[in-house]
Design a binder for this molecule. Sequence first.
Ligand SMILES: Cc1cc2nc3c(=O)[nH]c(=O)nc-3n(C[C@H](O)[C@H](O)[C@H](O)COP(=O)(O)OP(=O)(O)OC[C@H]3O[C@@H](n4cnc5c(N)ncnc54)[C@H](O)[C@@H]3O)c2cc1C
Length: 381
Amino acid sequence: MAWARAIVVGGGIIGTSVAYFLAREGLEVFLLERSRLGDGASGACEGLLLVQSKKPGLHLLMALRSIAMYPQLIEDIGVDVEWERRGALFVATEAADLEGLVELARQQQAAGIEAVILDREEVLRAEPALGSCVCGGCLTVDDAQLNPFKVIYGLAQALVRMGGRVWVGCEVEGVRVCGDRVTGVYTSRGVLGADLVVNAAGVAAAGLVRRLGITLPIRPRRGQVMVTEAVAPLIRRPVVEAAYARLKFSRGAEGTPRVSLVLEQTRRGNLLLGSTREFVGCDRRSTHQGASAIARRATLILPSLSRASIIRIYAGLRPHTPDGLPIIDWVGPQGLVVAAGHEGDGVTLAPLTGRLVADLVTGRRPAVPMDRLRADRFSHT
Ligand SMILES: Cc1cc2nc3c(=O)[nH]c(=O)nc-3n(C[C@H](O)[C@H](O)[C@H](O)COP(=O)(O)OP(=O)(O)OC[C@H]3O[C@@H](n4cnc5c(N)ncnc54)[C@H](O)[C@@H]3O)c2cc1C
């Protein structure tokens, strides 16, 4: 079927990417955002495109494909998004975490990833500012970083150049259905007609389609981040605690601010110190407890941080799914697509997600197998 007009709900990094890729297919695209672009998780995150945290299989394949799309996408949108490809260093401070790191590195090596296991001395040679608590690590070269805000605004500007429309301050109140097909959306500005609607509303994606009888197991998982003043270069590449992958895939106790440290130094010199993983509903506030937990880990792993001033603390809500993979699929009435549930990987997976939605809509062979991204995969668990 040929689609004429598409409405994309949500102006985060996923919605802007989907809108951009649909416009490139020649559709008339409306991007509707209830607040301002980047108001959700995409504006309250870090900018890491991590390969090393992904287990071989679909997740790793998606990360590699998506990261590989970025250089061309950046050239196409024509914006300096502070892209840097410096790899990433995962470090362990305890023997058990080091074992897990080495095991994952071996699996990644078997999958063709350049992952170099380092002993304590080699870690400290690679990153001399790290503390003596570090007992080993693993270096990969494919990981990258960028500024997510600049990607979002770059995509939105490119969308507008292609004739697409971006409506901020426009809340989508429901999906309009006639018979068995989508006919548009109800918004705070009235009804807007379309034959294709893409739900890219992040943690709000489940609520948006609940009234249609569609259940999406996406729930908010808060992450808190602290930002230091700009300082001279302290780390040469992003540094991530080995416990990161374990924490990411654990379901976690409700309300407990658990931290696996992620250190990222921006081009200006600010350090982003992240982040917690907490199930606290839709509470986007940062907390003293979360900040203290991050500060403790950060000064242990990078001791000279104790001399840097914190200039900002913020929190965002990751759209969490039970298996850690997003939902990118047709759901419910004809013409309704979901692209949400990217948890801590939305920045990494944004280009590929845009491309996959365009593949779905055009009926093209998808860039990666999409069975495990289906919405009904959870109905068996
Ligand atoms: C602390 C933290 C650190 C992170 N670090 C990284 C990282 O280093 N690398 C990485 O890849 N990922 C990272 N992530 C994850 C990443 O931020 C998310 O996966 C990604 O931002 C999700 O994007 P999204 O567009 O789906 O959702 P959002 O960015 O939340 O966008 C959804 C948008 O939809 C809008 N919306 C909702 N309902 C409606 C409605 N009814 N009508 C209109 N608009 C609506 C919202 O206002 C919002 O702007 C991190 C997340 C957090 C919280």
